[in-house]
Design a binder for this molecule. Structure first.
Ligand code: FE2
Ligand code: FE2
Length: 266
């Protein structure tokens, strides 16, 4: 792929699930870093530690792969040990529309090739845990950072909510990228006013699984209604799901985008 010096090339990686997901991401980044001349790599890491949450060691491991910023979602506090560190980790964000006393921060500014990006994590409110209004929360953050290009990880279940959010901020956000369902959608496009949008970026984890979990665990839960421990699927082929987009450093407009759906491994 042709890449130019006057572009910032951005990769957003869908929810990384467990050790297998991390291994897949590591090899994908080492392959794509040069091929796509990547300048900024963002990844949703809410399931990166054994499928639930993130630990300090896993956070460091992900940064070691070349990931610049980790986003998260409803699983951010699953691993208790991360809670005490969150206020001091400048490359891991939690949903911005949690209560103000929630540990961690909901957005971060990062500069690449002279362009300042505002990366924001938000939680949907349909079929999700309680949170403040993501629309109002984002409006407030936007007003505080008028000089930045906003990239939103909208972590939600309902496609309608993600669509509505993206159209509401079309032309104000550089990109609105959905996460949480772990299933990549086929609707990546530029909205009428130029915002890049996809309802869900997908996941990095086992292909033959129920969104990363051993499929038999999930089937049993649905068949019996009895709560069951969910294990991360470690066997078989792995999925690498991400989206790539590129902006012109002069016009600040998106000049190229594509979704990435790779099946890797045995
Ligand atoms: Fe997830
Ligand atoms: Fe989630």
């Amino acid at each position: 792929m042709n890449t130019q010096n006057n572009t910032v090339n951005i990769l957003f990686i869908g929810d990384i699930v467990g050790r297998g997901g991390r291994k897949t991401v590591k090899s994908a980044i080492s392959r794509l870093k040069e091929e796509l001349s990547l300048d900024l790599i963002i990844a949703n890491a809410e399931n990166s530690a054994s499928g639930f949450g993130i630990t300090l060691n896993v956070y460091k491991e992900l940064l070691g792969f070349g990931i610049d910023i980790c986003t998260s979602g409803n699983h951010i506090y699953d691993k208790k040990e991360i809670v005490g560190y969150l206020d001091n980790l400048d490359k891991l964000i939690r949903p911005a529309n949690l209560p103000s006393k929630a540990p961690g921060k909901g957005f971060v500014v990062v500069e690449k090739k002279g362009v300042r990006f505002l990366i924001v994590n938000l939680l949907g409110r349909v079929f999700m845990p309680l949170s403040d209004c993501p629309f109002q929360t984002f409006e407030k953050i936007l007003s505080e950072y008028p000089d930045c290009l906003p990239i939103v990880d909208f972590h939600g279940e309902a496609t309608s909510e993600k669509n509505a959010f993206a159209y509401n901020f079309d032309g104000k956000a550089l990109a609105v990228i959905g996460t949480h369902t772990h299933v990549q959608t086929n609707d990546d496009r530029l909205l009428p006013n130029g915002t890049f949008y996809i309802t869900d970026a997908g996941m990095c984890g086992a292909l033959d699984s129920c969104i990363g979990v051993v499929k038999e665990n999930s089937i049993e839960k649905f068949l019996t209604s009895v709560p069951i421990k969910f294990d991360v699927e470690k066997k078989g082929k792995m999925l690498f799901n991400a989206v790539f987009f590129s902006i012109d450093t002069d016009t600040k407009k998106i000049v190229k985008f594509e979704k990435i759906y790779n099946i890797c491994g045995e």
